[in-house]
Design a protein around this ligand. Structure first.
Ligand code: ADP
Length: 268
C-alpha cells in the first residue's frame, strides 16, 4: 500500500498523541503510588511514635521507684540489693536512650522546605569538631581526599549522617597499628557519591545485609557503646534525600560506606 506524505504525517501525529496520553497516564499512576506510599510511611511513623512515647511513662515510673528505694531506705538495704538497684538504673538508662533514638528515627520525615543549599565541607568540618576528642583519644588520623560539592540537603540531618558514619569508623577501628579514615567524594552524572573509608576491624560478608536494619549490631563487644540504630537512622536520612547507602567491607581489613545524594539539577 502506498502512503502519501499527508497520510504519513496524520499517522505520525496520531501515534505521538497516543504516546503522550500513555505518558500522562503513567505519570498519574506514579503520583498515586507515591501518595499511597507516603500515607503508609506516615502511618508507620505515627505508630512507631505512639508506641515509643507510651513506653516513656512506665520507664519514668520504674526509675522513680528505684530512686525512692535507694534514697530513703539505703540504710536498711544490704549490699546485694544496692547492687541490683544500680543494675536497674544502668538498664533504665539504656532503655531511655533507645526510646530517644527511636523517637528520633520516627521523627525523620523531610518536606521540601527542610532543604537548603549547603557546602558538604562545612558539614564534615563540624562533624570532625564534634568527634575530635574521640578520634584523638583513639589515635586516628583523618584525611579529607578532595574538594566537596554544594548540595541540596537538610544541614542538621546531614551532619548526623557524617557524625554517625565517622563515629562508627572510630569506634570499630583496629586495636593495633596505624589507624586512618579517609573521607572522599566522586562526581557522577546524576549523583554526588561520598565515601568514608576506615582500616578498622571490618564486617563479615554474611552480616553486611542486616547492617541497616533497626537494632542490628554485628560486633558484640560490650565495651563498645551502641544501640544498633545509627545505621538505620543514617539510611532513612539518605533515602529521604533521594540517595542510597551501601557498604563494602572485609573482616580484619576495613570498611567503606558509600552514599549518594542527587545532584542539584536532579533534586525533585
Ligand atoms: P551501633 O550503635 O551498634 O554502632 P550502628 O547501626 O551504627 O549501631 O551500626 C550497626 C553495627 O554495624 C555496629 O554494631 C557494628 O557492629 C557494625 N559497624 C558499623 N560501622 C562499622 C565500621 N565502620 N566498621 C566495622 N563495623 C561497623
Amino acid at each position: 500500500m502506498d502512503l502519501s506524505n499527508d497520510d504519513i504525517s496524520t499517522k505520525g501525529k496520531g501515534e505521538a498523541q497516543q504516546l503522550k496520553k500513555e505518558i500522562e497516564k503513567l505519570k498519574r499512576d506514579l503520583k498515586q503510588k507515591e501518595k499511597l506510599l507516603q500515607e503508609k510511611n506516615d502511618e508507620l511513623q505515627n505508630y512507631l511514635y505512639t508506641v515509643t512515647h507510651e513506653l516513656k511513662t512506665p520507664i519514668v515510673s520504674i526509675r522513680g521507684y528505684s530512686m525512692l528505694l535507694e534514697n530513703f531506705h539505703k540504710n536498711s538495704l544490704n549490699e546485694e540489693i544496692v547492687e541490683y538497684l544500680d543494675r536497674i538504673s544502668v538498664n533504665i538508662d539504656r532503655v531511655e536512650n533507645l526510646i530517644e533514638e527511636l523517637l528520633d528515627f520516627a521523627k525523620i520525615n523531610l518536606k521540601s522546605d527542610d532543604f537548603e543549599t549547603i557546602n558538604i565541607k562545612k558539614i564534615i568540618d563540624n562533624a570532625l569538631i564534634d568527634l575530635r576528642y574521640l578520634s584523638d583519644e583513639n589515635g586516628i588520623q583523618i584525611h579529607l581526599q578532595n574538594d566537596f560539592p554544594t548540595v541540596q540537603c537538610n544541614e542538621k540531618l546531614m551532619l548526623r549522617v557524617f557524625t554517625n558514619l565517622l563515629s562508627n569508623a572510630i569506634k570499630y577501628s583496629r586495636k593495633n597499628g596505624e589507624k586512618h579514615i579517609d573521607i572522599g567524594y566522586k562526581n557522577d552524572e546524576i549523583f554526588h557519591k561520598f565515601y568514608i573509608k576506615d582500616n578498622g576491624i571490618g564486617i563479615p560478608r554474611m552480616k553486611q545485609d542486616q547492617l541497616f536494619k533497626l537494632f542490628s549490631r554485628v560486633h558484640s563487644d560490650s565495651k563498645i557503646a551502641g544501640s544498633g540504630l545509627g545505621l538505620a537512622i543514617t539510611k532513612r536520612i539518605i533515602n529521604q534525600h533521594g540517595g542510597e547507602i551501601w557498604v563494602e567491607s572485609a573482616k580484619g581489613k576495613g570498611t567503606v560506606f558509600y552514599f549518594t545524594l542527587p545532584r542539584n539539577e536532579y533534586v525533585l
